[in-house]
Ligand binder design. Structure first.
Ligand code: ADP
Ligand code: MG
Length: 566
């Protein structure tokens, strides 16, 4: 018997390492692992649970495919789309790996053969839809030797995620039934709450969360505010002309809009397809296929388009409408520039979209659109802060540098040293043990004896009234800037209390300085044909509550004004 000594462990380790490299080269053709892949694979081989966050195209598949090859038995991979499974299985098979997909598209004999291969242990990877997994848990899965479970697109399990799928909700049974088998959950899009929710719902046991950098520095970020439909169309055509012959996607809010914009583009002699859930599966497959094989240059699509599209040379993405969350937005722009070459994105932001989405969010009972997430999206669109910093901070990746590749960096607003302002706010948060939201924080800073303040005795705090010189509106703006700069975050699952981050702590203790943007207040003006609508500065980022009634009132008024002039 081999003695379990330090030397032996490291010998074993280096054996596994070289085996891993070998498999990476032989089966996948790559010489090196990307960041985190190796660590994740080791973790899974040690039969530990993991949650993996990696941007689209980051290389999540290898994190479970390689352990599957190195383990005895068959890995079960849950995937939400049949087309995704098909692509993956074909790719694996062409690399000489025994893989199959069990789904409702197969015919009887195909499934029977696959079942036999599973039971005989001839398959290394079995892809399966979530509903099939649930029905097979007491049949096929019992008779198999399972090496690991991989849950791809794991954010689909969470209502906090941006693409909740009820079929995923039952996935929690896996660990109850197979407690010994490791689970690896993978997603390209999950904020902190969604991550916690995935872990809870899958009942992951002491999981390690691996987050690889979400930064995609080759993607430029631009927001165009207040463009009316006509100006927007003109800008879209100009943009496509500038990107002559280059593949791109235009995301629209409605099916109707995808059709009308596609027609407009086709009129210019540009090959353009349409993709939305209202089309037949054949029509959708055709658009996707035409796009991947460069038979069309542009796809006008709703959010239905994109999951699992592996096209490396998409050069641009336009958002004709405001996405419902930063996760959706990031996922969608992430489909461009996978080859690492410079790629352009534009987001058109209009008051009309905001009104509509806000309405959906309040009516849909937060099922499909979450008001808080929508507000963060809105704040992104309105910010005067490096857009990449906002995005990365949103996903919990601390950055303190401006990117130089977004419209704000290219045309920076006036800034000043705001260290003291930031310190005052952070210090007040700390003194309440991080148990307050923005409203109460502003009360404390302004020295306001509100019932909430006196109820908690916060008038005794050292920072009470420390920010009296700054008006409420400006505090709201500065706090929003601080949030977006990543000095604190909002715990949505904890009464929206503010929690200081590590970069916030560095400011608080004077280890680094904070630069804030000068607030310029602009009037909402709608003049003749040249309509300029700027509403940003008045927005509170207080979460749904009474103050939003005023907002709705204001929005309703604006919409009416716009409609009258249309
Ligand atoms: P994700 O599922 O994270 O979106 P994939 O697993 O589909 O990404 O990988 C995206 C692309 O990156 C694929 O073409 C894959 O072959 C490639 N890839 C993955 N790992 C590596 C690696 N270590 N070296 C080079 N290419 C890799
Ligand atoms: Mg993937």
């Amino acid at each position: 018997m081999i003695k379990y000594t330090k030397e032996n462990v490291s010998l074993q380790q280096s054996l596994i390492d070289s085996l891993m490299k070998n498999i990476l080269k032989t089966y996948f053709g790559y010489d090196n692992f990307r960041p985190l892949q190796e660590e994740i694979i080791h973790h899974i081989l040690n039969k530990q649970d993991a949650l993996v966050l990696m941007p689209t195209g980051g290389g999540k598949s290898i994190c479970y495919q390689l352990p599957a090859l190195l383990s005895e038995g068959t890995a079960i991979v849950v995937s939400p789309l049949i087309s995704l499974m098909k692509d993956q299985v074909e790719a694996l098979q062409s690399n000489g790996i025994a893989a199959g997909a069990l789904n409702s598209n197969n015919d009887e004999t195909e499934n029977a053969n696959l079942r036999r291969a599973c039971i005989d242990g001839r398959l290394k990877l079995l892809y399966i839809s979530p509903e099939k997994l649930v029905t097979e848990k007491d049949y096929l899965l019992r008779d198999m030797n399972i090496s690991l479970f991989a849950i791809d697109e794991a954010h689909c399990i969470s209502q906090w995620g941006h693409d909740f799928r009820p079929e995923y909700a039952q996935m929690g049974i896996i660990h109850q039934q197979f407690p010994q088998i490791p689970i690896i959950a993978l997603t390209a899009t999950a904020d902190k709450i969604t991550r916690e929710d995935i872990i809870r719902q899958l009942h992951l046991i002491h999981p390690r969360t691996f987050i690889s950098s979400f930064d995609r520095p080759n993607i430029s970020l631009t927001v165009k505010r207040g463009f009316q439909a006509k100006e927007r169309n003109k800008a879209i055509l100009e943009f496509i002309n500038r990107h002559s012959g280059e593949s791109g996607i235009i995301y629209c809010m409605s099916r109707n809009k995808t059709e009308t914009i596609a027609q407009m583009i086709q009129k210019q002699g540009i090959r353009c397809g349409v993709y939305h859930a209202g089309l037949s599966p054949q029509q959708r497959d055709k658009t996707q296929d035409d796009f991947i094989n460069d038979r069309i240059q542009v796809v006008c699509a709703t959010i239905a388009f994109g999951m699992g599209i592996d096209k490396s040379n998409v050069r641009w993405v336009i958002h004709n409408n405001l996405p419902k969350s930063i996760e959706s937005f990031y996922q969608e722009i992430g489909r461009t520039g996978r080859d690492g070459l410079p790629s352009d994105t534009i987001l058109f932001y209009s008051i009309g979209d905001l009104i509509l989405l806000t309405k959906f969010a309040t009516e849909s009972n937060q099922q499909t659109i979450n008001l808080e997430k929508l507000q963060r999206m809105q704040q992104y669109a309105e910010a005067d802060i490096c857009r990449r910093r906002i995005l990365l901070n949103y996903f919990g990746e601390t950055t303190t540098k401006d990117c130089g590749n977004c419209d704000v960096c290219k045309n920076p607003p006036e800034r000043f040293d705001g260290t003291i302002i930031v310190q005052k706010a952070l210090s007040a948060i700390v003194r309440t043990n991080q148990q307050i939201g923005t409203g109460l924080l502003i009360d404390i800073l302004r020295g306001n004896y509100s019932t909430e303040v006196t109820g908690k005795g916060y008038q005794e705090l050292k920072t009470f009234g420390a920010g009296r010189d700054i008006p409420v509106r400006d505090w709201q703006d500065y706090l929003l800037q601080m949030l977006q700069l990543g000095y604190f975050e909002i715990a949505y699952n904890e009464n929206n209390h503010l929690k200081i981050t590590s970069s916030g702590t560095a400011i608080l203790f004077g280890r680094s300085k904070a630069t804030l943007t000068v607030i310029h207040r602009e009037e909402t003006t709608i003049k003749g044909k040249k309509k300029k609508v700027i509403i940003s500065k008045e927005f509170s980022f207080g979460l749904p509550g009474t103050e939003n009634e005023d907002l709705f009132e204001a929005l309703r008024g604006l919409r009416k004004q716009l409609a009258d002039q249309e």
